[in-house]
Write a protein that binds this ligand. Structure first.
Ligand code: NAD
Length: 340
């Protein structure tokens, strides 16, 4: 459909320039997108990113508190006619200080042709879904036959990662989980329905997961000083590491010596390096995750390669979901229409 016809369709239900839709977290969540649909949408965004059919600068940020940050994440993804920006905050101490989530935010979606805002929506659910979708897609591309998956961090992301990874790794037999909080592991086990034949196991230590799992994933905290909680000497040939928390949880030495260090966004990683998130320097980047998804670059070439894939989060993945949610909300009259 042309941009003009797409705009006409929106105009049938929304007076662009005079009003916009507000969607809460619950409304986004209840819009009815399945895990499979989300993976498909995010795959499109990654593939378009790999083919360079997008406009998305590195995410700039401000840092009001010691460990916190806000990122401004604008993107334009022509394939799905989506343009907008996510404004996301990360406050790692929120849970114990205020009983509030670590990751929060809002997303603005705009009309591509006139630029006017057409929606403002909570972005917590979108972030919680698109991040594990990226990891699950990357896992399939880089380690399709994995039988074991290890998840460090059993919060919002850990829970969704365990859910999503079961959709893409078809030979999976065991999922090990680890968190410093016992109750977070119990909550994950209670929250996620496991597919037949896949066992979920509470790990006793960080080392146990590193020893037992072919694919390892971390979603804990993002800090400028690496925790290096997964020791480099525990990592062996053939493993795939998917880091959602940048350079924090795995020993940076592993990324440096990996056969392939893949990142979702080269420019974002370069900027984060300048901001001090890679105190020992940014490893040499092999390619971007989207290039692997679009089959423009080869992923795993041998069974003993160590591959690290750092996905710090891209606004193109947020926009593809936001636009889908907007379309359904408009059609089904979900959300609150607000005057501009
Ligand atoms: N890459 C992305 O696109 C993306 C998107 C969203 C969140 N994140 C990052 O993922 C991480 C988790 O986000 P979330 O929303 O799930 O947060 P959350 O607070 O819900 O969960 C984090 C979990 O990690 C655990 N944890 C913290 N330190 C740990 C340690 N040293 N060892 C083991 N477990 C530890 C906590 O106990 C908690 O259960 C954050 O760093 C966040 O910035 C990345």
């Amino acid at each position: 459909m042309s941009f003009e016809n797409d705009r006409k369709e929106i105009l049938e239900r929304l007076k662009i320039g005079k009003e916009m839709i507000y969607l809460s977290k619950e409304q986004c969540e209840n819009i009815g997108l399945s895990t499979k649909e989300i993976i498909g949408l995010v795959e499109t965004a990654l593939s378009e990113h790999g083919k360079k059919n997008y406009d998305m600068p590195a995410k700039i940020g401000v840092h009001p508190q010691d460990k916190s940050f806000f990122h401004a994440m604008p993107a334009y993804l022509p394939k799905v006619k989506a343009v907008g920006m996510k404004w996301v905050g990360s406050y790692p101490d929120n849970e114990h200080e205020f009983a509030l989530p670590q990751i929060t935010g809002l997303l603005i979606l705009n009309d591509v042709l006139s630029g006017l805002p057409i929606a403002v929506m909570d972005s917590v659910w979108i972030t919680a879904m698109r991040t594990p979708a990226v990891s699950a897609i990357a896992a399939k591309k880089l380690h399709e036959n994995a039988k074991t998956f290890g998840m460090y961090g059993c919060g919002v992301q850990g829970i969704e990662h365990v859910r999503y990874i079961q959709e893409t790794l078809s030979e999976l037999e065991e999922i090990y989980i680890y968190d410093i909080k016992e109750e977070a592991m119990d909550n994950l086990i209670e929250s996620v329905e496991m597919k037949d034949g896949i066992k979920i196991i509470k790990g006793k230590s960080i080392k146990e997961l590193a020893e037992k799992c072919e694919v390892l994933c971390s979603a804990t905290v993002i800090l400028k000083d690496p925790l290096a909680a997964v020791k480099d000497e525990w990592i062996r040939p053939g493993q795939t590491i998917l880091a959602c928390d940048l350079n924090t949880f795995f020993d940076p030495k592993t990324s440096k010596r990996a056969d392939k260090y893949i990142v979702d966004s080269d420019t974002s990683h370069q900027l984060l390096d300048k901001q001090g998130y890679f105190p020992d320097g940014l490893p040499e980047i092999y390619c971007e995750t989207g290039e692997i998804v679009a089959n423009l670059k080869v992923g795993r070439e041998s069974s003993d390669e160590i591959i690290v894939c750092s996905n710090i989060g891209m606004a193109v993945c947020d926009m593809v979901l936001a636009r889908k949610i907007f379309d359904i909300a408009l059609r089904e009259k979900v959300g609150t229409i607000l005057p501009l």
